[in-house]
Design a protein around this ligand. Structure first.
Ligand SMILES: Cc1cc2nc3c(=O)[nH]c(=O)nc-3n(C[C@H](O)[C@H](O)[C@H](O)COP(=O)(O)OP(=O)(O)OC[C@H]3O[C@@H](n4cnc5c(N)ncnc54)[C@H](O)[C@@H]3O)c2cc1C
Length: 301
């Protein structure tokens, strides 16, 4: 349960208020405002605020005086052109502010995306909740034998149970000790800023994360990708759904050119030209390394 009844009530109260505005709003995004979308066992993503819509992008690209919209299909075409040619600044005209609750080890990966503004819950000031990420059984996988940075088959039976028991017991024991150290019952109580150092990386933290659409799409390209760790990928996938409702034309172009598309090297392009001419191209005569060729073959399916 990611939210307490009090927090649910606060969100409902916020959603019941509405304000008139002259600014552009995106109907798809209005549906999501403030709502918490659950991710993992205790986490969530919720939209706190946003600026702009698909037309804000074309309006900026045309540097127009009004909405700048000639027609929907015109706008879609322009958005696709901008995306195709890496003309990125118009996408920076849209912004989103999210409230995210996430395990600390996921936050460590996420914070590497430096082009956002972040304000994190202070564990110096406040007491952290007793909430730890414990993987669902189908996410409890063995080390991959082919990819050092990945997972293999799902753990089963006694091994899976033992791992879950260790994760739960260690988390609870660490939190019991945290509470014991900060307690002021008959003792001074250790400072919260020090007591937290004993807590494991699966404890949940929270932050407000504000980013422009261009950098958000870059984040999604990297983190909603199959190569990203599952625990950050599910957050990226939840955000991707919000973006699809916020700026549908942009998201469609992004899916086409970035998520579904691929970049080829000059060598790769030359191989394709040779293949189209009927030549048999192999790794040995391709000019590519074995790793590169494997990826190239993967691209071609
Ligand atoms: C699958 C995967 C595996 C990873 N593995 C590791 C790992 O093993 N170890 C590790 O340390 N990291 C790892 N990373 C993190 C990765 O190296 C990047 O730090 C992270 O993805 C953020 O990307 P970014 O710098 O492009 O994003 P942002 O910080 O959002 O930056 C966006 C863009 O802005 C520009 N930019 C931002 N800041 C600067 C700057 N100071 N100087 C120049 N240009 C800048 C760059 O063009 C950059 O691409 C991994 C990431 C992924 C997706």
């Amino acid at each position: 349960m990611p939210l307490s009844p009090e927090q649910e009530a606060e969100i409902a109260a916020q959603r019941s208020e509405s304000h008139q505005t002259l600014r552009a709003t995106a109907p798809g995004m209005e549906q999501h405002l403030y709502t918490a979308h659950p991710v993992l066992d205790h986490g969530f993503v919720r939209v706190i605020d946003y600026m702009g819509d698909d037309s804000a992008i074309t309006q900026a690209a045309r540097v127009s005086y009004g909405r700048g919209t000639k027609s929907v299909s015109n706008d879609e075409g322009l958005i696709r052109y901008l995306m195709r040619h890496w003309h990125s600044t118009p996408f920076e005209m849209c912004e989103i502010k999210l409230h995210v609750k996430l395990p600390v080890f996921v936050a460590r990966q996420w914070i590497r995306h430096r082009t956002a503004n972040v304000n994190e819950y202070s564990a110096r000031y406040s007491i952290l909740d007793r909430e730890f990420y414990i993987p669902a059984p189908d996410s409890l996988a063995a080390q991959s034998t082919t990819n050092n940075q990945g997972r293999g088959d799902v753990l089963e039976g006694a091994e899976a149970q033992r791992v879950l028991d260790i994760l739960r017991d260690d988390s609870m024991r660490a939190y019991d000790h945290y509470e014991e150290m900060i307690s002021q019952d008959g003792q001074q109580g250790l400072a919260r800023e020090l007591a937290r150092m004993n807590l494991p990386a699966n404890i949940y933290t929270q932050w407000y994360w504000k980013v422009d659409l261009h950098n958000l799409l870059h984040f999604l390209r990297l983190r909603a990708d199959a190569h990203a760790q599952y625990e950050i990928r599910v957050y990226a996938e939840a955000i991707a759904k919000l973006v699809a409702d916020w700026v549908p034309a942009t998201y469609k172009a992004f899916e086409d050119y970035r998520m579904g598309g691929a970049t080829l090297s000059a060598t790769g392009l030359e191989c394709i030209r040779r293949m189209l001419k009927g030549e048999t191209v192999t790794q040995e005569n391709s000019g590519m390394s074995k790793g590169e060729w494997r990826e190239f073959e993967g691209l071609l399916g």
